[in-house]
Design a protein around this ligand. Structure first.
Ligand SMILES: Cc1cc2nc3c(=O)[nH]c(=O)nc-3n(C[C@H](O)[C@H](O)[C@H](O)COP(=O)(O)OP(=O)(O)OC[C@H]3O[C@@H](n4cnc5c(N)ncnc54)[C@H](O)[C@@H]3O)c2cc1C
Ligand code: HEM
Length: 390
């Protein structure tokens, strides 16, 4: 626990650390992978290469510094970090590794400016945050292990079925090798997947695109050009092959109300929308389902969504927009005027997932239409980042 004197030091030096935080986190990861190569496997190296993860860590640390005297705000702020960690199986014994390397990176970047007192104060701050995350993650691990069909750590699953959804997306039905039930995830959540590729362990997150059914999970994966895991799944993995799953997690879950719902997705961002749609409809909520795809060949889950419309004709409308061609309901971008026409009401809860620029545009349109921040829910298929430039 930081002392009052340490808190004063942290407040006084926070602007200096903030100014250099991007450099510190950029230094931190290579240093950690060099000193502790065993932790490298849990990190997606593409998120290192594009700087997304170092920046997300920097923002997480700064948010904690600003909010640390408000425990409830900290808990809220850290939920997405906790989810990411839980679905990667992060363990308490890994925290000292991160702490040591973060402090070493601070020393490397700030040099003599870091006195022993400053180092102690920031070390204590890291200790407080680590303690909070470790406790919250332990709680989630225990809760999931304790529910019917839950488990601790890695659980082996077998590919029971593979389904082509469009030119670039395939679904994989994953059934547990032990033949036992699987715990229900909340609609909208994702799962952590661990694979061995060419003798190396790799981890990725995938949204669960199927509704909870107690016996298997469905993920739907877009083949990314040059992507390691997505290409391996598409090209190498077959029915009967096995992989390991970590617990499901994630905050893109349906709000607890009876308000209308609007789901807006771009490309493979449709995956969490499918279980969210079914959940909202089964609760009798009015739903508008908007999906944007490049063209008809890149439009996945068309028949599945149409079946939902047939099942809930009075509750559900759906619109698809294609960048090209006139096969869709609309050609071109999802403009604000279109969203204004489609919004079921000012009290609508809106959920959107897609490429970064798509989400920024949708967020701006919804804000301009008077949809409050707490009605705008989204998730990045990569490290979290702000939707709009500061
Ligand atoms: C919460 C969440 C949910 C997700 N849900 C889904 C989902 O439902 N469906 C889905 O398809 N995806 C989903 N994703 C994304 C998924 O986790 C993977 O990021 C995605 O499949 C790409 O992984 P990959 O291994 O194929 O590509 P990666 O190997 O991670 O590469 C991604 C891109 O970076 C490039 N790249 C890789 N390494 C480097 C380098 N060193 N230098 C420069 N460029 C590089 C590659 O060429 C490629 O274009 C989700 C992600 C999150 C965080
Ligand atoms: C106090 C300590 C820690 C803080 C503040 C922290 C913070 C973060 C943040 C902000 C993210 C990004 C979350 C998002 O994108 O939504 C993240 C992701 C992640 N964290 Fe941590 N973390 C800590 C400790 C650890 C430890 C001990 C490990 C284990 C080695 C770890 C491994 C990871 C991994 C693997 C990811 C995902 C990276 C990726 O996408 O490649 N973290 N963490």
């Amino acid at each position: 626990m930081t002392t009052a004197a340490q808190d004063a030091i942290i407040d006084a030096t926070a602007p200096l650390v903030a100014e250099h935080l991007d450099a510190i986190t950029a230094r931190f990861y290579p240093l950690m992978f060099e000193r502790y190569p065993e932790v490298k496997a849990v990190f997606n190296q593409a998120h290192q290469a594009d700087g997304g993860q170092p920046k997300a860590l920097a923002r997480g640390v700064l948010a904690y510094v600003g909010l640390r005297q408000q425990p409830e705000a900290v808990r809220q702020q850290m939920q997405s970090v906790i989810s990411k960690h839980v679905s990667l199986g992060i363990q308490p014994e890994q925290y000292p590794i991160v702490g040591e390397c973060l402090m070493a990176a601070i020393g490397d970047v700030l040099g003599d400016a870091v006195t022993a007192e400053i180092a102690d104060a920031w070390g204590a701050l890291y200790g407080d945050l680590a303690e909070l995350l470790i406790a919250a993650e332990a709680e989630r691990y225990q809760a999931f292990a304790g529910c019917p069909g839950g488990w601790q750590g890695l659980r082996e699953f077998r590919i029971a079925h593979i389904q082509r959804e469009c030119e670039v997306i395939r679904s994989f039905i994953l059934a547990p090798c032990d033949g036992q039930p699987v715990a229900d995830a909340l609609p909208g959540q994702y799962i952590g997947l661990q694979l061995r590729i060419d003798g190396e362990t790799v981890h990725r997150h995938y949204s669960l695109s199927g509704s909870p059914n107690g016996c298997d999970y469905r993920i739907s994966v877009k083949q990314e050009p040059g992507g390691r895991v997505s290409n391996y799944l598409h090209q190498q993995m077959q029915v009967g092959d096995t992989l390991a799953l970590l617990p499901p997690a994630g905050e893109l879950t349906l709000d607890n109300s009876d308000r209308p719902v609007m789901l807006i997705s771009g490309g493979v961002g449709q995956t969490p929308m499918l279980p969210l749609a079914r959940q909202a409809l089964s609760q009798g909520r009015r739903l508008c389902y908007v999906h944007a795809a490049r063209d008809i060949h890149h439009h996945a889950f068309r028949s599945e969504v149409d079946a939902l419309v047939r099942e809930y004709p009075t509750l559900m409308t759906r619109i698809c927009a294609y960048d090209h061609g006139d096969d869709g309901d609309i050609t071109g971008r999802l403009e604000q005027s279109l969203l204004a026409r489609l919004l079921p009401g000012a009290d609508t809860q809106c959920y959107f997932v897609g490429p970064g620029p798509f989400m920024s545009a949708i967020d701006s349109h919804l804000a301009a239409l008077g949809i409050a921040p707490e009605q705008r829910h989204y998730e990045h298929f990569g490290p979290s980042r702000p939707l709009h430039a500061a």
